[in-house]
Write a protein that binds this ligand. Structure first.
Ligand code: M6R
Length: 618
């Protein structure tokens, strides 16, 4: 939530910051703003512009009233927490004398008492935000003679909650200072220039060298240097790494939406998620799982914690992991898990699933699990993000940057990582023979091709979306691994098309949801493969029952299974794959449908209303 950018170097800070904000806009788009240190007048003043709404509004304003030239600046794109998304509440916020400007991602939980303290000392606030108090506190410190770095350290020690702060001081024009606690922040290392960003997309067109910061750290960047300290001023060091993707990954590449591009990237994303993780005989090698075989053998329960789409990947994983390992596996929403006193022991493996690696609810859940002595393994797409950093081990999904707010390739690669984890546990614990594992690995290896086959039929799905572009409600039904697919199909429609959509376990229909069925209601039905006939027959009965009551049935069924043809108003053919792996192919038509339907409805597919890509506040 919220994107932040900072720059100091030899280029025009305005264009670097605005370009950075464009690449971070998926993190929040309620307002955008920029502050530059006015180096032209030497007055120590900050030049600032901010506008409610998308970045385009700010760019328009900058086109009308130009800011002065500057080589030092900060910027912000907001997902509103405190205060309405209007111009006043937009960041940056200035100190009382407009000497310091500051942007913030997160929530300052003790802002009310700090605000009262400042107001009683004569400070006047101009916004309803929690952020403005930090700007005033920071400026008060520099006014006493502290440099911006020291001032930031002092202020951070007074703040409670989650925050990334980035600030500039008009009287110290070649320095940008940032700080982080429980919120993302990364430094880009250039030559004669340095960068701050919520993630590397902010500066990827300038440098692929990055510095990951730890918890409760302050970083100061100048043109030629980067210095890191703790909040108490103790010098420390970040962890340097090379970003393994480039600018083209952060471009739409001819597609109308990032989401559509990311859907079509799924065959290669799935391939990359598998790469180097098994040998030619199908034996798994997950070297990054730095938990010893002995410890893995002692695990007596797995708990997967995640939110949204990642939670649905976890639901699929439960079927596979329990089947292959016979270890009980629970899947829980991170925010429910954290606050219900879950039963955790040293032998519980907590798997934190998060595309972004920054979801606050999941982060809090793993901290709680670690306090109870459990081992934590992250499945994550974002290198160097907080969740893997705080976990005992990580399996990276290698999907490449996911920019569309709706998760697509993130989901598919999470599924692959879960299958690999399940099979690895089965290998270590001996619950499956090597040749059984090799057979599943061989099936997984075919997945990129199968996903491509589904994508090759995209036009048919688009035609279906055109046909239903006026619909007000859609249901999704599945059984077994088809159930989480139904939930994911519904979530995609809710978040993109803003229509009523619900996913149900088909067996649950007669316990209530069947009452929703009315003439013409589109219902997507995921039919299990022929290999699971007991499930398939029950699903076919459910389809007959809803069709008899007027539903318009859109049936996803594997190639060659014609038994359902008489009961399907529309057929979507899926490649033949084992039941446990079917979600990898079954979810793709649902992603395409949601993307196309939202496009036809005129919605912004990449930046749906009220949402942000990573949810960094609880
Ligand atoms: O980054 P995470 O995987 O932790 O994010 C979890 C959810 O916020 C995320 O999956 C969200 O539900 C997506 N918008 C779904 O498309």
């Amino acid at each position: 939530m919220c994107g932040i950018v900072g720059y100091v170097g030899g280029k025009q800070a305005q264009s670097v910051v605005i370009e950075g904000l464009r690449r971070l806009e998926y993190r929040g788009y309620d307002s955008a703003g920029i502050a530059l240190v006015d180096s032209s007048t030497g007055t120590g003043q900050i030049a600032c512009a901010k506008r409610a709404g998308k970045l385009a509004n700010l760019e328009k304003a900058l086109g009308e009233v130009a800011l002065p030239e500057s080589s030092t600046g900060i910027g912000h794109t907001r997902w509103a927490t405190h205060g309405a998304p209007n111009d006043q509440n937009a960041h940056p916020h200035l100190g009382q004398q407009a000497r310091v400007a500051l942007v913030h991602n997160g929530i300052v939980e003790n802002f009310a008492s700090l605000r009262a303290e400042l107001e009683s000392a004569g400070h006047e606030m101009t916004s309803e935000t929690d952020t403005e108090v930090a700007a005033h506190l920071l400026e008060r410190e520099v006014q006493t003679g502290a440099d911006l770095t020291t001032a930031m350290q002092r202020v951070c020690q007074r703040l409670e909650g989650a925050f990334t702060l980035v600030a500039v001081d008009g009287q110290d024009p070649d320095r940008v200072v940032a700080a982080r606690r429980n919120s993302p922040l990364v430094v880009g290392i250039g030559e004669g220039e340095n960068f701050i960003g919520s993630d590397v997309a902010a500066f990827i067109e300038h440098t692929r060298e990055a510095l990951e910061l730890g918890q409760d750290q302050v970083v100061t960047i100048t043109r030629d240097g980067v210095a890191v300290t703790g909040f108490d001023g103790t010098p420390t060091e970040g962890t340097r790494y090379h970003v393994d993707w480039d600018l083209s990954a952060a471009e739409k590449d001819g597609y109308d939406w990032f989401m559509r591009k990311e859907i079509f990237e799924q065959p290669s994303a799935v391939q990359d998620a598998m790469l180097g993780r098994h040998d030619a005989s199908g034996r798994l090698q997950l070297d990054e799982v730095r938990i010893s075989d002995g410890e893995l053998r002692e695990i007596d329960k797995i708990v997967i914690v995640a939110c949204g789409t990642s939670n649905y990947a976890g639901l699929v994983a439960k079927y596979a992991i329990e089947h292959w390992t016979r270890i009980p596996c629970e899947v829980e929403l991170s925010h429910e898990f954290r606050y219900r006193d879950p039963i955790l022991t040293r032998n519980t493996l907590v798997v934190a699933m998060s595309q972004s690696g920054e979801t606050a609810d999941t982060l809090m859940a793993i901290r709680h699990a670690k306090e109870q002595g459990s081992r934590v393994l992250a499945i994550c797409n974002t290198n160097g993000s907080t969740i893997p950093r705080e976990s005992d081990a990580v399996i990276y999904t290698h999907a490449g940057p996911e920019i569309g707010v709706a998760s697509t390739k993130g989901f598919l690669t999470q599924l692959i990582a879960c299958y690999l984890l399940g099979l690895y546990l089965a290998q270590v614990r001996g619950t499956k023979f090597g040749d059984e594992i090799a057979l599943v690995v061989a099936e997984l290896e075919k997945m990129p091709e199968h996903v491509q086959t589904v994508l090759d039929d995209a036009e048919k799905i688009y035609a279906l979306a055109a046909k239903h572009s006026k619909t007000k409600s859609v249901l999704f039904l599945g059984r077994h691994t088809g159930f989480p697919v139904a939930l994911e199909g519904a979530l995609k429609l809710k978040e993109l098309a803003y229509i009523h959509a619900e996913g149900f376990a088909a067996g649950e229909l007669k316990h209530g949801p069947i009452a929703l069925i009315e003439e013409g209601l589109p219902v997507f039905c995921v039919v299990p493969p022929e290999g699971r006939d007991e499930l398939r027959q029950k699903m076919i009965s459910a389809i007959q029952e809803i069709r008899a009551r007027g539903a318009y049935t859109i049936v996803l069924v594997e190639e060659g299974d014609d038994s359902i043809v008489p009961y399907a108003d529309e057929l979507i053919r899926l490649p033949r794959v084992p039941t446990l792996l079917q979600p990898v192919v079954a979810v793709v038509p649902l992603q395409l449908f949601a993307c196309e339907l939202a496009t036809r409805m005129g919605h912004d597919v990449d930046q749906p209303r009220n949402l942000a890509k990573s949810v960094t506040v609880e």
